[in-house]
Design a protein around this ligand. Structure first.
Ligand SMILES: Cc1cc2nc3c(=O)[nH]c(=O)nc-3n(C[C@H](O)[C@H](O)[C@H](O)COP(=O)(O)OP(=O)(O)OC[C@H]3O[C@@H](n4cnc5c(N)ncnc54)[C@H](O)[C@@H]3O)c2cc1C
Ligand code: SF4
Length: 482
């Protein structure tokens, strides 16, 4: 690749990789963004100002050394660029694709702040890592020494994977348990292929397997094996189970046929795209084709449901959100993508009841909302406008209202496992739960969050586990005391 000088932002405009036209991309579930051609990538990387204090790194949860890998990529040193990028990030090709960069690294780039347009950091991270896979530079991670101790990780999502990588690199025998039949957590079964193709996840999981990480899939901890058994088997345990208790509509008609929890809908679609058959799709229950679909909610999950329903051939797809666009929790980029693809947004409107006939959904009684003063979350609080009710006809209503933690102390048969008021696991500064030697990371600690934060937690927890196991080895009476 041609060598580029840095600081080219006055000569080279910000360019993102090409996006497929909406009419084409709604025909399939493939990713909507292409990659950079190599010369374009070098040019875009060369825009970086090489700041002494890089705000992009400070606002990346992983504190990636972004200016360094941009400079290496701009000067054609791609293998080194990958080495630097992968030193701080377990899943750089995945974060490059699905981080909300506008709120993190790119939003803090000084070029963005000075109206030049921020460096396309996410697309570069993806380009560097995809190029590394293509060139064969992504090697299994091998520890310098093999340790006698093993660590059990519950959950093969990004938090569990990041912990597994770091622990394996430290020399532990790492066994990852997941209740699904494939690793990846929400990367595999939640996030749709048009944001993250499943081959990308499988390619990364294969590196873990080659590196000696042992995956026990189809193992539901609490049902197939107890937490107590895991604690006896392993020197330490990491809980990285995510949050899966879906919030539902608490209005009349919510049990009618056709009211569907978002994750069930998305998991089914992802399974179909990986070649599985799903009985509830064949029966029509989880198939939006030919239906008028109303999605209730305004986060990333709602956007993913809208766009999945469009791809399945729904006749109309509407998003019902009680606040306005400025108050939406989801990524603005994904709202734009959904609008381009044909989703209709009904702002400041909330469902009052699901209406039905013969046990099936026929519509959603909707009320308009007035936005008042900001609430504790900083967003304006909505109140219903009296007399503004109307009915939106629908054959499918998707509940995308967020997720809460499952009741882990009950599921794991461990009442002494302390949780916070919102049900997430209580941990100390070393990410250890109330059970000695049992640590936690990712959404089950933070509540529903982002992939990049799960990776950060997974990497951090590995260091704390290592310190704990070393201490326990030095003073055996500490191990699993309690
Ligand atoms: C639809 C959707 C779209 C999203 N889009 C984005 C996005 O674009 N960008 C972004 O950054 N974030 C996004 N997120 C959020 C992101 O996916 C999560 O923050 C992240 O996956 C959390 O990682 P985790 O490892 O903590 O949990 P998960 O990814 O949820 O993984 C937990 C794993 O634990 C397993 N598990 C749970 N209980 C047990 C048990 N008892 N026994 C065995 N295994 C168990 C589960 O099967 C799962 O594989 C999205 C979330 C959803 C739902
Ligand atoms: S991990 Fe996410 S926030 Fe960090 S540099 Fe990559 S895309 Fe930006």
């Amino acid at each position: 690749m041609a060598q580029q000088k840095m600081l080219q932002f006055t000569k080279v405009d910000r360019r993102t990789p090409d996006k497929r036209p909406a009419a084409e991309r709604t025909e399939d579930f493939a990713e909507i963004y292409g990659g950079f051609a190599t010369p374009r990538a070098g040019e875009q990387a060369s825009r970086c100002e090489q700041c002494g204090i890089p705000f992009c790194s400070l606002h990346c949860p992983l504190h990636n050394n972004i200016p360094d890998w941009l400079m290496l990529a701009a000067t054609g040193r791609m293998e080194e660029a990958y080495a630097v990028a992968s030193a701080t990030n377990t899943l750089p090709e995945i974060c490059g694709r699905i981080c909300p960069q506008d709120r993190l690294c790119e939003g803090s780039c000084v070029l963005e702040q000075s109206s030049h347009g921020g460096v396309t950091i996410g697309a570069m991270e993806k380009h560097i890592t995809d190029s590394a896979f293509a060139a064969g530079w992504v090697k299994p991670f091998s520890p310098r020494i093999e340790r006698l101790e093993s660590v059990g990780v519950i959950g093969a999502g990004p938090a569990g994977l990041a912990a597994a990588e770091q622990l394996r690199m430290l020399g532990y025998r790492v066994e990852v348990y997941d209740r699904h039949d494939r690793a990846g957590g929400l990367l595999t079964y939640g996030i749709p292929g048009f944001k993250l193709e499943k081959d990308v996840v499988a390619r990364r999981v294969a590196v873990f397997v080659e590196s000696g990480v042992i995956f026990h899939t189809d193992v539901d901890v609490g049902r197939d094996v107890t937490l107590a058994e895991m604690r006896r088997k392993h020197a330490a345990v990491v809980i990285a189970t995510g949050v899966y208790a879906a919030r539902g509509l608490e209005i009349s008609g919510n049990t009618l046929d056709g009211v569907i929890p978002a994750l069930e809908f998305l998991t089914c679609s992802n399974r179909l795209n990986m070649g599985d058959s799903v009985a509830d799709f064949d029966s029509g229950r989880l198939n939006a084709a030919g239906k008028r679909v109303v999605v209730v909610g305004g986060g990333d999950t709602a956007m993913d449901c809208l766009r999945t329903a469009l791809r399945q051939g729904a006749t109309s797809v509407k998003c019902l959100y009680r606040r306005d666009r400025a108050n939406m929790p989801g990524s603005q980029r994904e709202v734009d993508n959904a609008i381009e693809e044909g989703a209709e947004f009904i702002w400041q409107a909330a469902p009052e009841a699901v209406e039905g006939a013969s046990g099936r959904v026929s519509g959603v009684r909707t009320v308009k909302m007035h936005l008042g003063l900001p609430d504790a979350s900083g967003r304006q609080s909505p109140t219903p406008v009296p007399g503004s009710e109307y009915t939106l006809p629908a054959e499918m209503v998707i509940e995308a209202l967020g997720f809460e933690p499952e009741d882990l102390p009950t599921i794991f048969g461990a009442p002494e496992l302390k949780v916070k008021r919102n049900g997430t696991l209580a941990v100390d500064d070393a990410l250890m739960t109330s059970l000695p030697g049992v640590f936690a990371a990712g959404d089950i600690v933070r509540g529903a969050s982002l992939v990049v934060w799960a990776v950060r937690d997974g990497r951090d927890v590995a260091q704390h586990v290592h310190a704990y196991v070393r201490r326990a080895a030095a003073a055996p009476s500490l191990a699993n005391a309690g």
